[in-house]
Structure formats: C-alpha cells, structure tokens
Design a protein around this ligand. Structure first.
Ligand code: GAL
Length: 576
C-alpha cells in the first residue's frame, strides 16, 4: 500500500479521527504516472485511466447497485438513499477492482466519482478514446442494438472533491479483491472486538410498550424456548425523544428494578437514542458551548470532535445508564435526510472544532460511537448506528435503515463487506407468513440477528402463525455463533470481514463479478437467500474452483450454477 499526496490535503480527514489508523508503506506496481491532478475554484480533481474490463466495487453501504463501472457516485450522507447515485447512510470513498488494486481517498467531503468517462484525445491524453476503434453501430433497427453500440472501454475515472485543495490517496494492491479490502480494513486498525452476547438475537420492542409489557414479552421468549440475548428499547423510554432528554419516562417508574430484572433473566439492554440534545436533558447547558450553530428538532448538535463535548456526553451516559446495567446503544439519526423532510443541520453548519456541516455529516457516526465507547469503558458491546464512513472497520456497530426492500437489503449485506462496514438486513414487519420467514432467514445468516419490531404492537411470528419455523431459525442462529465469533476474530487480526461478496474470495472467476445476491459467510459458508416475494426457487452460483456441500444435510452439490427449490434458505459449505 502506498500513499500518494496530491496538492494540500485538508486537516479534518477520516484518518485524523481513526484511533487505530495504521499506515505501513510498501511499494506498489501502480504507475504514479497514471494520475492527473488539478485544483479548481471549487476544490480539486484527480483523474486516471481504467482498464477496459475493470469492475468497480465498494463505496460503502450501497443498497441499489453492485458494480459501479460507468456510473457517477457522490459520497453524500443520506438516511433514505433511494437511487444508485452513491448517497448512503454510510458512503465510503474507497473502491476495489478486479485488477489487483483499490484506492482509498482520505476525505470527509462529498467526493464525486465518475467511474468511467471518455476523455478527448485531442487534449493530449496518452490513453483515451480511439476514434478509429468506434464500434460499427450503423443505423440500428432495435433499441437494444442502438445502445449496444455505445462504447464503454477506453475510459477514465474522474474524482472531484469539493472544497479541498488536495487529497491523500492510498493505493492498495493484492491478488484478490478480498486481500485488498482486508488491507484497507487493517489501515483502519482491523475489525472490532465483539462480545459473544452481541451475536445473539436482539429484539427491539414496540415503541408504545411500558416496562411491564416488555417484561412479559421477555418472559414469553424464555418460556417458549425462543433464544434472545438483547432487549432493545425504542423511543418511549425517554421523557422526550425528538430531541432526546436521556431521562427515563414514567413508563419506567423503577429503571433500576427493570434493568435488574432483565439481567436476572439473562438479557442485555440496548437503548435507542440520538445525539440531538433536548433542553430538558440534564447536561444541555453544559454541552451548549460545545455545540454547532444549528438545532435539530429543537435540540443541540454536540460537537463530538471537541473533547469537552465528548466528556460531558460520555460521563452522563456512563453515570446515568451504563453503571446501572445498560450495555448497548442504538445511535439513530446521525445521518441526514434529503428525501424525508430534510431534517438535520445544513452542510454549511459551523462547529467549534472547526469542522463544517459536510465534514461533520461524514464523521458524525464515527465520532458519536467514540463518545459512547468512552461511556462504556471496559464493557464490550455490539451496537447499532445509522451513519458510518471511511476507516470504520474497528467499531463494533452495525448499520441499519428505514428502507425495507428485501432484495436491496440482501445487496446491502453483499456490499457492506467491501468497505469495512457491518450491516443488518433487519426484520421489521411482514405482510404474510412467507415474508416473515424469508426475512428472518436472511437475518439469521448475517452479522447481527436483528428483529427491529419498534413499530409492531405484537410478536410478528405469533401474528403470522409461524412460531415453529422462526424458533427453528433462531436455534440455527445459536449454532452459528461460535463460527461468527471466530470470523470476527479473523476480521480483527487480518481485516478479512465475516461477510464477503463472492468476487472478494474468487476474483479470478468472472462468473462471480456480478453476483450481488449471494455471499460468503464466516470462513467457508456460502449463503444464497431467497428474497421475500421471490417464490421458492432460485439459481445459485457455486464457484467452480471448489467443491460444495449442502450446509444442512451435508449432501455434496458439486459446483457451478445450480437451480434450487426450497422453502428454506440455501446455504452451502466449501469442502476442505
Ligand atoms: C428511526 C429508526 C428506526 C426506529 C425509529 C423510532 O429513525 O431508523 O429503526 O428506531 O426511528 O422512532
């Protein structure tokens, strides 16, 4: 891996805030002469050629698109990423290719990546559109012929970084896309340390329930042999949630009694919150001087890049919550919204640390996690967060979304592994028994077993009469935990993530390059979920360089493309 510095990089970049940042320079084969850099009145631009059959994967939690070749992506933090234009809960300016290299751009700006544009050779580019090689389109009769004639080779990538007059680019090389990604993750300090209980089932309770009702649901789990390790409380535990007071509401007349009961019954407790601090929050006045110049839902936006703000917030969370038994948090709303009401602070916001709104949006999730890590002290956790960005591999927090398309959620699982992110294809609600079972199948074979029933006044599988099927799935999950634990240990030590696209391990096999609905799980499983509403059949590609067996029956299934019909979830094991 080698860092190339262009122009004058900014001070506030992700590496500055990444505690485990560990850059070890080695030589790379990538030719420095490929890069063309310029500053512009609005920022800077870096351009370089792409190989003709170069695939481009990554850019963070991308729900809508897998191979980004030919597309424009903007690293825009957005809570409701509705299109494949790069915006995301967790955009990451890192991509990896099938050509033995990847690049990380160390910027907190909303960089724009044009992943394949033709340059005009008249301007002296050493590699660009060769006019003589234009395909013979002719006068096409059919639309598909017309568009098939459009050239996609001889292209360049153009990266525009607003505001900044320079950037550090880390060129990372490796034999497979997986090796390159692992090095990117090690640059960020490696994967997180995750407690075993964090890998068990997390049930987030309906927002309208009170302490007694939640205790009765927790008892139902125990009495019916439904494995559950974590109870999550949603808005309703605060006296005021938007913005947050971080004080128990009258639905919890005896918080210590409630937390003690949970502990006695083997539960960990995870509390929902966001950082927008209500005037009734006990530390509101103390944190006010260390907050930004805009409010969100009437609450302050603490500047977690300032040590004082972090200390005030963390001290309160430790003394009021952690020391009373809370050991997990769901850090909500730290992304931003353009499509759902436009809440959150503007890009032009100012913060006491000197960060502006755009930079703070890119770093908010990371800084917020660091604050809660201070609050938790020695206590290990696996929490949830709705924004992350670059160099986030070492944080034990899983991303989630209010979007809910199941196919997109599965693509999210596959894509998350390219960028040092963890993602849960959460179960939230279902319209039918089939949807309930299909969604829980995918949840069970993911890094976090999340039932986020925050808006569901009932137990979904009781309502849909599939308790037996679901119970069996949660038992399967229990059996996966030792394997997941090992996979997280490997992630921590080597940067190899527990969930990987097929092309990460099998980059030499072109048949894996576009597979965005199957993934490798832990050391040697291949999971091919059937999305809700997708019937009971699907094609599965099993990489041909290995032999595979059915995970549940042990039956050999060979390799290559197979057709599967099942009400269950297709899972295979790579034979040793
Ligand atoms: C959303 C979050 C949901 C749920 C809800 C409660 O922002 O994504 O998972 O927590 O808030 O209001």
């Amino acid at each position: 891996m080698k860092k190339f510095t262009f122009g004058t990089p900014e001070t506030f970049v992700p590496s500055k805030f990444c505690d485990g940042f560990d850059y070890r320079e080695t030589d790379v084969k990538y030719p420095a002469g490929n890069f063309f850099f310029k500053t512009t009145p609005s920022g800077c631009v870096l351009e370089f050629p792409l190989e003709d059959d170069c695939r481009i994967w990554g850019f963070g939690l991308q729900l809508k698109q897998f191979n980004h070749r030919g597309r424009k992506l903007k690293m825009d933090v957005n809570a409701d990423p509705a299109t494949p234009n790069g915006e995301s809960h967790a955009p990451v300016p890192f991509f990896v290719t099938n050509k033995g290299y990847g690049m990380y751009f160390d910027t907190a700006r909303y960089a724009e990546f044009y992943c394949g544009k033709q340059k005009n050779p008249a301007f002296g580019w050493n590699r660009g559109t060769d006019a003589a090689a234009l395909s013979e389109g002719g006068a096409a009769d059919r639309e598909e012929d017309l568009y098939a004639a459009r050239r996609e080779d001889s292209v360049w990538m153009s990266v525009r970084i607003p505001v900044a007059k320079g950037v550090d680019v880390y060129v990372i090389e490796g034999e497979t896309a997986g090796e390159i990604t692992a090095q990117y993750n090690m640059l960020a300090g490696g994967g997180p340390e995750v407690p075993e209980w964090g890998l068990g089932m997390l049930y987030r309770c309906y927002t309208g329930w009170d302490a007694e009702k939640i205790k009765s649901v927790a008892s139902y789990f125990r009495e019916n042999g439904i494995p559950c390790d974590i109870i999550g409380l949603e808005p309703g535990w605060h006296t005021h949630a938007y913005s947050c007071t971080y004080r128990w509401s009258d639905r919890y007349p005896d918080p210590d009694g409630f937390l003690g009961w949970m502990k006695e019954h083997g539960y960990h407790v995870n509390l929902w919150q966001h950082a927008f601090t209500h005037p009734d929050a006990p530390f509101h006045d103390a944190i006010a001087p260390y907050s930004g110049d805009w409010l969100v839902w009437g609450g302050l936006v603490p500047d977690f890049a300032v040590p004082e703000a972090r200390k005030i917030f963390a001290d309160y969370m430790r003394e009021a919550l952690v020391e009373h038994g809370v050991d997990g948090f769901k850090l909500d709303e730290c992304d931003s919204s353009d499509n759902t009401g436009g809440w959150s602070f503007p890009l032009s916001a100012e913060f006491p640390s000197g960060l502006d709104g755009m930079q703070y949006h890119s770093l908010f999730g990371t800084l917020y996690i660091k604050t809660l890590t201070d609050a938790l002290g020695e206590r290990k956790t696996l929490g949830e967060v709705r924004n992350l960005g670059a160099l986030a591999a070492s944080y034990p927090y899983v991303l989630y979304s209010d979007l809910y398309d199941h196919r997109d959620f599965i693509r999210g699982v596959v894509n998350s592994g390219f960028s040092g992110l963890l993602w849960a294809p959460e179960f939230r609600s279902a319209h039918s028994k089939e949807e309930c079972v299909r969604r829980i199948q995918a949840v069970v074979f993911s890094v976090q077993c999340l039932v986020n029933a925050w808006n569901y006044d009932g137990i979904p599988w009781v309502v849909h009469e599939c308790e037996d099927e679901v119970k069996e799935l949660f038992r399967i999950r229990e059996g996966l935990i030792p394997m997941l634990k090992d996979a997280f240990e490997v992630y921590r030590k080597t940067g190899k993530p527990p969930v990987r696209a097929l092309c990460m391990d099998y980059t030499a096999d072109p048949a894996t390059w576009d597979v965005d609905d199957e993934y490798l799980f832990c050391a040697d499983l291949l999971v091919a979920p059937i999305a809700a509403g997708g019937g009971d059949e699907r094609d599965v590609y099993l990489p041909v360089s290995d032999e595979w067996e059915d995970y549940f029956t042990g039956e050999p299934v060979g390799n290559g493309k197979i057709r599967v019909k099942t009400a269950g979830i297709p899972v295979y094991r790579r034979k040793k």
